[in-house]
Design a binder for this molecule. Structure first.
Ligand code: 4AD
Ligand code: MG
Length: 461
């Protein structure tokens, strides 16, 4: 079937076509009616021009061809006299397939706020903004696979249901088939051996622990899937369900990991700039002026490197500007992360060697005994876009760390086995796909870059 994208990209050779799409706008003048139609294949609409004397059949159909209606338009492809579009359809037939009554269809010609559109997430992909986001999301997912496939990584499908807490932060959704209503009535302790999996189980916060097992066999691997966090944070950066890309490389240390992360981010930005031109130009014009220039400068820059200790020194020197006063040992807040990348470095920065107390149990301990080989990639506006580390590959040290943190060492028996049999230095990171989407679109709220956001008190649609 012909698409608008194909027609706009082809020559105005006078051939007759029939195209099916949805009406974006209708404009009637004395001599002609102009229907702008869009089928989602690209940002642009196809303009269909109907002569004023097109006949009674078309006039009747035209009354129903209002914004949102689905239509089939027939006509010949001609050069367009109008600016900004190479071709248009000189239309001679119109069929309305599905109406969208003006008095009840929520999307009308005027601009709607993103907040309003969040309330109609089932209809918002029909707008310019959400159509562009959806096409870019598709492209960026393709770019992720393309990057790793070109480099010989194997895509590993890690489980969504798990019995272990990867990040050890306890922010997990429980997965259970126990009858909670009955349990509440009966009181008493819950017997999880009666639960579906015979033990307490959760939705995974990260595929990392599982992907590490394949890393210790295939060398270069990645996982890319949905992850779940029951963080009670109502921000523009957090979702309860988000997608994460997690590569893991064997016989690799922190500098290899940092280099991979930098190469990956630049590859993704290049893809957005080169393959999503029409959509990204829209974001540049309407959402974040200067977006394209900013992304272009990042792709040709070198990411700065800084240790956590140096980063905190910079922050403490300007502590008066922060709501949360920085000190050595504090978890960096978004305001700190943004200050480091926006003001100090003026671009992306990789911060390394964080205090072990604020990072996960699996990170390799430095010789100072105080810091771990962690790395966060911070970028302007977004703050943390990537979190990763070199892994603790020494059995004794890892076990001691698990005990020190009071984690249930039995639950990690298989993870510890990786350190008992053929252990090797390895490293990896996680890129939040929706944080990336905010970065390449300039869209402020993370709930607008995923089709159906899941967040605190929000699971509609
Ligand atoms: O820093 P995080 O928690 O790291 C991990 O999960 C590691 N297991 C990754 C690894 O080393 N394989 O999360 C990684 C990234 C963050 O940098 C952020 O981009 C994103 O995931 N992220 C979120 N995105 C949206 N909503 C949330 N609630 C997020 N939490 C983390
Ligand atoms: Mg993190």
């Amino acid at each position: 079937m012909t698409s608008v994208r194909e027609l706009i990209g082809s020559r105005a050779d006078g051939r007759r076509v029939v195209i099916k799409a949805w009406v974006r706008t209708k404009r009637e003048t004395k001599n002609a009616t102009f229907l702008e139609i869009n089928d989602g294949s690209c940002f642009s609409n196809l303009q269909c021009v109907f002569d004023g004397d097109a006949g009674a059949g078309i006039a009747t159909a035209m009354e129903k061809a209002t914004t949102g209606a689905s239509v089939a338009v027939g006509g010949t492809l001609v050069e367009s006299p109008a600016a900004g579009q190479p071709v248009e359809l000189k239309a001679d037939s119109l069929e309305v397939i599905g109406v969208a009554p003006v008095d009840s269809y929520p999307l009308q010609k005027k601009a709607h706020s993103l907040e309003f559109l969040r309330g109609i997430a089932h209809l918002r992909p029909r707008t310019n903004t959400f159509g562009a986001i959806a096409r870019m999301r598709n492209q960026m997912a393709f770019a992720v696979h393309s990057f790793f496939q070109e480099r010989g990584f194997n895509y590993v499908h890690t489980p969504i249901i798990t019995a272990s807490d990867c990040e050890g932060a306890g922010e997990m959704f429980q997965a259970t088939t126990l009858d909670l209503d009955a349990l509440a009535k009966n009181g008493g302790p819950v017997d999880y051996s009666k639960d579906f999996f015979g033990k307490k189980s959760y939705l995974s916060v990260s595929g990392q622990l599982n992907v590490e097992t394949y890393c210790m066999a295939l060398g270069k691997v990645y996982t890319f899937g949905p992850t779940f966090r029951a963080e009670n944070s109502n921000t523009t950066r957090h979702l309860a369900e988000f997608w994460m890309i997690e590569p893991e490389i064997a016989f690799a240390e922190l500098p290899d990991n940092m280099a991979l992360a930098e190469e990956f981010v630049k590859y993704l930005l290049s893809w957005a700039l080169d393959r999503c031109r029409e959509d990204i130009e829209f974001f540049d014009k309407r959402v974040q002026p200067g977006l394209i220039a900013m992304l272009e400068s990042v792709r040709s820059s070198r990411f700065a490197h800084m240790t956590y200790t140096d980063a905190v020194k910079e922050l403490v020197a300007h502590e008066e500007i922060f709501e949360f006063k920085p000190y050595w040992g504090c978890d960096l807040q978004t305001e700190h992360e943004r200050y480091l990348s926006e003001t100090i470095v003026k671009g992306p920065v990789i911060v390394t060697d964080y205090p072990k107390e604020i990072k996960a149990f699996y990170m390799r301990l430095n010789d100072d005994g105080k810091t771990v080989r962690a790395m966060d990639v911070l970028v302007p506006i977004i703050g943390e876009i990537i979190g990763g580390s070199e892994r603790e590959y020494r059995y004794d040290v890892l076990l001691a760390r698990i005990r020190e943190l009071g984690l249930d060492e039995k639950a990690y028996w298989w993870y510890l086995d990786l350190r008992r049999f053929g252990t090797a230095p390895h490293a990896g990171f996680g890129l939040g796909f929706e944080r990336l989407m905010r970065y390449v679109t300039g869209i402020e709220n993370i709930r607008d870059v995923i089709p159906f956001p899941r967040a605190v008190k929000q699971a509609e649609f």
